[in-house]
Write a protein of this length. Structure first.
Lengths: 386, 393, 273
């Protein structure tokens, strides 16, 4: 399907696809097994300037937006949904700085992020605060022009590998949600440590760790936005990053679909390729249609954000929830098309099914996404009435 | 001046020329073929045009006086006191040409203490050895040698000069050809004489082996060609063959421009499976890991790579890097020989795009025979050695 | 250090298929690419520049669409691109090509190192490098798998791949080298590189711009000519041999040779035996 990309967008997509095919695909299974962080791939991405595509030109970026970022994530995810996360999660960690950072903060970090010299991460989730983001407990106390931070963050992608972390912490416990702030911490800050690497079901090529703060001190200038604005930073960040997750899901689903279609031609049963059976044809048709719909919705969400629309929560939530549900279904169906072989680790689709699952969970579970959409619909309806 | 054009009156608009042009150089304008600026004048269209509507008008820059050139000469490559193994093959090819041309065969032998090789060359059927034996000529000194070759050829004027398609041959001969200003065809797999004009017809693969081209060098001498290794028949030795050694020591030896520091031998073949033209693969039918030598022997005889089915790899008979199949490597060689491989679909997925599939299996019902272009139903322990034997002539 | 890399744009022969009915090459959908071996030469040129400073220029001879290949080279970081393009250059064999490229290099003022891939995947000859070197009267070494070092006195030490090992050689710059794939791992283009390549001005030279004898270029300057091109006949397929092992093997080998396959140790029969 032609999405009428500009020449620059096509160039970005083609380069990401080339890297996915030549550099990521050959090593995807290996990283899935070893869970090693894909340093070599990050280096290739950095050298190819792909980290620049969503950063403004004045900070050494190429001036693109969420759409360009999503194109990259989609192509890389076709080869591996785990390895692509090193890039996607860094984008997530970069967005708060771009949206709310001060000029100093932007100048300090964005050029390095654009060069792929350092990676970013975003830290909101805690053991007792998942969907209930307001329940965060990590505490940042202002003392002598410093924030002293205590607490833990859980399941942070790029944890330990990223250099710069946006951490949502409580600065005023009396004000509930409006008492949180977003604070930047650099790796290596005394009192800022990392837990062990998590052993995950999927996206094993990506690194997930606990962040541990024990009297970690940072200058008060490290706050992003205003005190009490932490939640706003988080919500606005997610609004913009959701198409990235959706793109990851679309990429994983596309990779699975392509493999399933190819296999269906090769596998012969009852004297014919299984692609000649309607049961398989219908499955593949449904898979392909769903993937295309997910892609179209994802692109539209990304374009809407880049166009500067004021309210993007609904469409970005729709893209994320739809694409991730599609990814789960399509990868499961892909395993089914492969039959017994699909269940074997030697064949690539079981990994894709394991990788797809997380897209329904992180960056706002699909239940939360539905809530976002539902609330938005109600608001719009009320507005029309009144 | 147009060197290639379509004669519009003859063109029937059949478009067959478009189909063979790999450079996208032919357009159909008003139902007639027209050649555009992308044309490289390869001549493929001229060949297929059924009504001969495409003509190439050729001129040549001034060449040598062809009538003054006579004889079949060759470059006797040697290292460490031994003739390169391609040399008897070149002599074999030269002897075949001699049958049609009835001219003497000569060899250019340059080096230090190489006189014994001159005797050996004669025993292969060389009539004259043009020898320069001098300590200043190193085995690998291409710069010095190409210069000497050019001077010897200018003096002796053979009509044909052949070299081996070795790394050295394919570097030295083009240098010499550029000094002399004559034509050179690389990596020939077939050489013969055109019955009418007595020119050397040089046939060789191009486009990665997808096509064959026959080349002529009409107006320039000598007609030079390098010969692909392991293709031409080796000349046999004749005891007491009468040949002369002619000392060419009067030719000045130039100073070397390249210093040879050392030669480091590296054992072990690393024929890349993905790029190999010939692959011989072994499967469960080999019955025992020690029998893989049969596969290796055949691969060696063909100058190709060794592959394996998953069964053989899983059984630990050969490393995974040799596995061909759905979960191994995908290959597309010119010839794929499957030995003792049943032909499970997962294996076929990795090799079915091979140009020619040869299957050797004792089970006539094995699915591999469904995709094989040629099959031998037989005991591979007997068949493979027989193939190796017959290939070696 | 001034480096010139000569590249050739070729059809992607790895993907060329033959129409089984007409026995001709299927040309639709065949991409034009930079000759893969030349990619390694470009990479080596870039690495030499990164190590020793200076400039890397890419040069090619061909029809106007070769510009696309030159832009691809620029996107990798090559400083400048030159195209020798003229209908008078067309039809050149390796001798005429080498002559013309050398003229281009002379007009560029020569270089310390001239690089190219060991052969082009359409012609498969490997002859242009030595020919260019001869025209420029420079030493040449083919099949380079490693440049060991270049010292301050302009001495270059290299490893040259041979069939059964390698040679270590030393010579003084300037020199022409052809490279094999073992020499390096080519980089991928960067976005900034691709954007710069789009805008870069590529200089095109025609016959008049070069100091060439018009008899020595193009088809006229080519002593060799193609008499015919044919596709090796594909076997009909599905032939199972029966009988005595010796007989079966003989039949198999004969069939393969008749199909034009160069098997070791015997004449490739063309039916005229």
């Amino acid at each position: 399907m032609n999405y009428f990309l500009t020449e620059d967008q096509q160039m970005i997509k083609d380069l990401a696809a080339k890297i996915a095919k030549e550099k990521i695909e050959p090593v995807a299974a290996e990283y899935d097994e070893s869970e090693e962080f894909p340093h070599e791939i990050v280096e290739v991405l950095a050298k190819s300037d792909l980290f620049r595509v969503f950063i403004p030109e004045e900070y050494d970026g190429l001036g693109g937006g969420i759409f360009e970022m999503s194109l990259v994530v989609e192509e890389l995810s076709k080869a591996c949904g785990g390895i692509s996360l090193a890039y996607a999660a860094s984008a997530l960690g970069t967005i708060p700085i771009m949206l709310f950072g001060s000029e100093e903060q932007k100048k300090k970090y964005l050029p390095r992020l654009a060069a792929g010299e350092i990676l970013a991460a975003f830290a909101l989730t805690e053991p007792d605060a998942g969907s209930d983001a307001a329940a965060v407990k990590t505490r940042a106390v202002l003392e002598n022009n410093q924030y002293i931070i205590n607490g833990t963050k859980q399941w942070i992608t790029n944890g330990g590998e990223a250099f710069i972390y946006t951490v949502i912490a409580v600065t005023d416990p009396t004000r509930g949600v409006r008492g949180t702030s977003a604070i930047l911490l650099e790796k290596g800050t005394p009192g800022f440590d990392f837990g062990k690497k998590e052993n995950k079901m999927g996206i094993r090529g990506s690194t997930t760790r606990e962040l541990i703060f024990q009297d970690a001190r940072v200058p008060k200038e490290n706050i992003i936005g205003r005190e009490g604005g932490g939640f706003l930073v988080a919500m606005k960040t997610f609004d913009q990053s959701r198409p990235g997750v959706a793109a990851q899901a679309v990429g994983i689903a596309t990779g699975a679909l392509d493999k399933a279609v190819a296999y269906a031609h090769e596998r012969h049963q009852f004297g014919k390729p299984i692609s000649s059976f309607q049961a398989i044809q219908f499955m593949l048709a449904d898979m392909a249609t769903q993937v295309e719909a997910a892609r179209a919705l994802t692109y539209q969400a990304a374009r809407t954000i880049d166009a500067g629309a004021k309210n993007v929560s609904k469409i970005s939530a729709m893209a994320k929830v739809f694409a991730s549900d599609v990814a789960m279904k399509v990868t499961t169906d892909a395993v089914q098309v492969f039959g017994g072989y699909g269940y074997m680790k030697e064949y690539p689709v079981e990994k894709m099914m394991r990788d797809a699952k997380i897209t329904q969970i992180y960056e706002g579970t699909n239940q939360i996404q539905r809530e976002v959409i539902g609330l938005q619909l109600i608001r719009e309806a009320l507005r029309k009435k009144g | 001046m147009e060197t290639i054009r379509v004669i519009p009156d003859l063109c029937t608009g059949c478009r067959i020329c478009l189909k063979v042009c790999t450079y996208d150089a032919i357009d159909m304008i008003d139902k007639k073929a027209v050649i555009n600026e992308k044309c490289t004048i390869c001549g493929a269209c001229v060949d297929v045009c059924k009504v001969e509507a495409i003509i190439i008008t050729r001129r040549f820059f001034k060449g040598q006086d062809t009538s003054a050139y006579s004889g079949i000469s060759l470059y006797a490559e040697h290292h460490d006191g031994k003739l390169a193994s391609v040399v008897p093959e070149i002599i074999g090819a030269a002897r075949e040409l001699k049958k049609d041309l009835d001219r003497n065969i000569s060899a250019i032998l340059l080096g230090n203490k190489v006189k014994p090789l001159a005797e050996e060359l004669i025993s292969y059927g060389v009539d004259e050895v043009w020898l320069i034996d001098d300590p200043r000529i190193g085995d690998y000194a291409e710069d010095v040698q190409s210069d000497l070759v050019a001077q010897i050829l200018a003096e002796k004027k053979p009509e044909i000069f052949l070299g081996g398609g070795t790394i050295m041959g394919r570097s030295l001969l083009p240098r010499a050809a550029a000094k002399i200003l004559t034509g050179l065809t690389a990596d020939c797999t077939e050489l013969d004489i055109d019955g009418e004009n007595k020119l050397l017809r040089q046939t060789r693969p191009a486009f990665g082996g997808n096509i064959m081209a026959t080349i002529l060098c009409d107006k320039h001498r000598p007609q030079m060609a390098t010969v692909r290794h392991k293709v031409m028949p080796e000349a046999d030795k004749t005891e007491g063959y009468q040949g002369k050694i002619i000392d060419m020591g009067h030719i000045p030896i130039s100073e070397p421009t390249i210093e040879v520091l050392e030669f480091i031998r590296e054992e072990g073949e690393t024929v890349n499976l993905a790029e190999a033209d010939f692959i011989v693969s072994g499967g469960r039918g080999l019955k025992d890991p020690k029998n893989f030598y049969l596969v290796e022997d055949l691969a060696h005889a063909l100058g190709g790579a060794v592959g394996a089915s998953r069964a053989a790899v899983d059984a630990g008979w050969i490393p995974y890097s040799h596995q061909v199949g759905q979960t191994g490597k995908t290959v597309n060689p010119t010839i794929y020989v499957a030995c003792g491989i049943s032909g499970a679909i997962q294996h076929l997925a990795g090799m079915k795009s091979s140009d020619i599939i040869v299957a050797i299996n004792s089970d006539g019902n094995a699915p591999i025979f469904d995709v094989a272009h040629y099959g031998i139903v037989g005991n591979l322990f007997e068949v493979i050695p027989e193939i190796v034997k017959q290939l070696k002539g | 250090m001034n480096i010139i890399v000569c590249i050739k744009q070729v059809p992607d022969t790895t993907n060329i298929k033959i129409n089984p009915e007409t026995n001709t090459l299927i040309r639709t959908g065949v991409e034009s690419i930079i000759n893969p071996f030349d990619m390694y030469a470009l990479e080596e040129g870039l690495r030499l520049k990164e190590k020793h400073g200076g400039t890397v220029i890419v040069l090619s001879m061909g029809p106007p669409q070769v510009e696309q290949a030159l832009r691809e080279a620029i996107s990798l970081g090559i400083d400048d691109a030159y195209l020798l393009s003229d209908r008078a250059f067309a039809g050149a064999d390796t001798l005429a090509t080498a002559y013309t490229l050398a003229a281009g290099i002379k007009k560029l003022g020569g270089a310390d190192i001239i690089l190219m891939g060991r052969q082009a995947i359409d012609g498969d000859t490997g002859q242009v490098g030595p020919g260019v070197a001869e025209n420029l009267k420079l030493p040449h070494i083919t099949d380079i798998r490693k440049i060991e070092e270049i010292d301050d006195q302009g001495s270059i030490t290299v490893e040259r791949m041979l069939e059964d090992g390698y040679l270590r050689l030393r010579t003084k710059l300037p020199v022409l080298l052809t490279v094999v794939k073992e020499i390096n791992e080519p980089r991928l283009p960067s976005l900034k590189g691709k954007m710069a390549a789009r805008k870069k001005e590529i200089t095109t030279w025609i016959e008049e711009d070069l100091q060439v004898d018009s008899e020595r270029i193009g088809l006229t300057g080519s002593p060799t000519q193609v008499m015919k091109i044919f596709t090796p006949p594909k076997p009909a397929g599905g032939k199972i041999f029966q009988g005595e092992i010796k007989e079966m093997v003989t039949q198999l080998i004969t069939e393969l040779r008749n199909a034009g396959i160069p098997l070791g140790g015997g004449k490739a029969a063309n039916g005229n035996d």
